[in-house]
Design a protein around this ligand. Structure first.
Ligand code: BG6
Length: 303
């Protein structure tokens, strides 16, 4: 039996969750319930879209040039960066942001929450291929709970006999009206590594607004953030746990044009990344046999 039929028999939920094969050959889970719709690619456990019924516009941005292809990360959505964030510390040939976002995951569970939200859990288990880049025994689970609020839980279980250290991110791209008309509130007073033009430690003064390339790793912060969007007249609330870094990123004109998949001519203006992360001084040591979980919770309100 072909994989997609098997998945639908085992994990499909009538009227709520269906698996389909994309023309790329990758499998996508389509979720639709009374509260929201969403889609998730099994490669990378990559949530691509999420739109609560209360919103005319999606809350998560997917580039109009996003391509689904085996072994390639999808531009937009919520990439899972793991087990390192950014470039690998010593191996420049290893993939940026780790390998989790470009390898197939398996579906392990699905269901309906008491409030009517749809739940789906995917798993990445270590293999010969993953151990070639990261030699540890572990299980990584992503649970996505789709409703008027979106919840994601990323759990790393150390199944080996020695401790290891991970960097990680739920690298979410949020849909906005225009990058020049949003503010990110919640990080005032936090220290951040400013990655534009070198790496300098600075302190955030007030809310963040955008007038050029922005690539910042805020450290030692569990703060909630709000993306205030004048153009779409809405606020997106970003809450998290198990994460002490927050990355705020927008590429701006030059970098976006070099990236080639941001949606021509200026798709990048309609996104901002507010990423829940553990990076730099906040990487996490997971002891042998222990489990570490990072969670995020997103909701949007009109203003
Ligand atoms: C952000 C990084 O998290 O991701 C940026 O801080 C990077 O430096 C961006 O450019 C996008 O990364 P990628 O690998 O998806 O192009």
């Amino acid at each position: 039996m072909i994989a997609v039929q098997q998945l639908n028999m085992q994990f499909g939920i009538k009227g709520q969750l269906e698996f389909r094969e994309d023309i790329s050959g990758l499998i996508v889970a389509e979720i639709s319930n009374q509260q929201a719709s969403a889609s998730l690619c099994l490669q990378g456990a990559h949530l691509m879209t999420w739109k609560p019924r209360s919103q005319a516009m999606p809350v998560i941005w997917l580039s109009r040039d996003a391509k689904l292809a085996a072994g390639k990360s999808i531009r937009g959505g919520a990439p899972v960066c793991w087990p390192w964030f950014g470039p690998h510390a010593s191996e420049p040939a290893f993939p940026g942001h780790g390998y989790a976002r470009t390898v197939p995951w398996e579906v392990v569970e699905s269901g309906t929450e008491p409030g009517g939200e749809t739940r789906l859990t995917l798993r990445l288990t270590d293999s010969e291929k993953t151990r070639a880049q990261w030699p540890h025994d572990c299980t990584l689970d992503l649970t996505v709970i789709v409703g008027e609020t979106l919840r994601m839980l990323l759990s790393t279980k150390n199944t080996g006999a020695s401790d290891f250290v991970i960097g990680e991110a739920l690298h979410t791209y949020f849909q906005i009206g225009d990058i020049g008309a949003v503010r990110v509130i919640g990080l005032a007073g936090c220290d951040y590594w400013d990655k534009v033009g070198g790496s300098t430690l600075r302190k955030q003064d007030g809310a963040i607004s955008f007038s050029g390339e922005t690539d910042r790793v805020y450290i030692n912060t569990a703060a909630k953030c709000v993306i205030e969007d004048e153009r779409l007249k809405r606020r997106i609330h970003v809450a998290k746990s198990g994460s002490l870094s927050t990355v705020v990123w927008t590429p701006w004109t030059e970098k976006a044009s070099k990236m080639g998949d941001m949606g021509q001519p200026d798709g990048w203006r309609e996104m901002v990344c507010v990423e829940s992360v553990n990076a730099m001084e906040n990487v996490v040591k997971v002891a042998a046999g222990a489990k570490h979980t990072m969670t995020v919770e997103y909701r949007a309100e009109l203003i």
